[in-house]
Unconditional design. Structure first.
Length: 247
């Protein structure tokens, strides 16, 4: 079932989105504000509720936590989410929280340890912007993907918006996947993504194939998530690529 959502605008402190985001349907950038027309932007919109936790609460109470021999970090994250999560119907609030999450995860102090040649602070800014829009995507508790926009497909969206060549996109994708493979960054990712009500799940099934991902609640059935993604993936990737055909 398709639902409706009013146009929304977010203004991020001390940041201006790249104006080339306007290459995607439904997005307008005006100085420090980014506006979205849902009917034009989303491929699928069947829900208007997102799970969030205030970033300050995550900063104060979740980021300092350490894993112990008695309790895994994921267990701490699950309990923290259960204690603090709420539902918001304001997508602008989701974007505001997501920007703080990804500004933290892709901060420049990571540059010396990323081990990906050629990555700069500008590339981390790109990762932060794309990931922030990706936070609007949603998987329901039964595994159905209920909200999908172009930013789901990280690599193709980055090509269209930022005029990136293939080697650069692949390098960015390696940094993105480092949140799974680098243990220190994985720990940060688990903690930070509690602000978006879950954990980051990659759509790539076995290789870094730039199929994006979503923050899903713990316990979400991954089998249905995989099957849902397989159904729409190719068609909507082609749609994203078409947005760059006139740029």
């Amino acid at each position: 079932m398709t639902t409706t959502l009013a146009p929304f605008t977010v203004e991020l402190p001390d940041h201006r989105f790249d104006p080339r985001w306007e290459r995607l349907p439904g997005i307008t950038v005006d100085g420090p504000t980014l506006s979205v027309q849902p009917e034009d932007y989303f491929f699928r919109l069947e829900s208007t509720g997102w799970r969030v936790i205030d970033w300050q609460t995550v900063t104060d109470r979740m980021l300092p936590l350490e894993e112990s021999s008695d309790e895994a970090l994921e267990q701490k994250a699950l309990r923290f989410i259960e204690d603090h999560v709420r539902i918001t119907h304001d997508p602008a609030e989701v974007l505001g929280i997501a920007w703080k999450v990804y500004s933290y995860l892709f901060r420049t102090e990571h540059l010396p340890t990323l081990d990906v040649p050629g990555i700069t602070a500008e590339h981390l800014r790109i990762l932060g912007e794309v990931s922030t829009l990706t936070a609007l995507n949603k998987v329901d508790a039964d595994g159905r993907i209920s909200v999908v926009g172009p930013a789901w497909f990280f690599g193709d969206t980055a090509r269209v918006v930022y005029d990136l060549d293939e080697p650069t996109v692949q390098a960015l994708d390696e940094v993105f996947h480092g949140g799974l493979f680098n243990e220190n960054r994985r720990i940060e990712s688990i903690k930070a993504h509690t602000a978006l009500g879950g954990r980051l799940v990659h759509g790539c099934q076995s290789t870094p194939s730039q199929k994006g991902g979503v923050v899903a609640a713990y316990g979400t059935p991954m089998g249905r998530f995989r099957d849902e993604l397989a159904q729409f993936r190719d068609q909507w990737i082609q749609a994203v690529r078409s947005y760059g055909s006139t740029t």
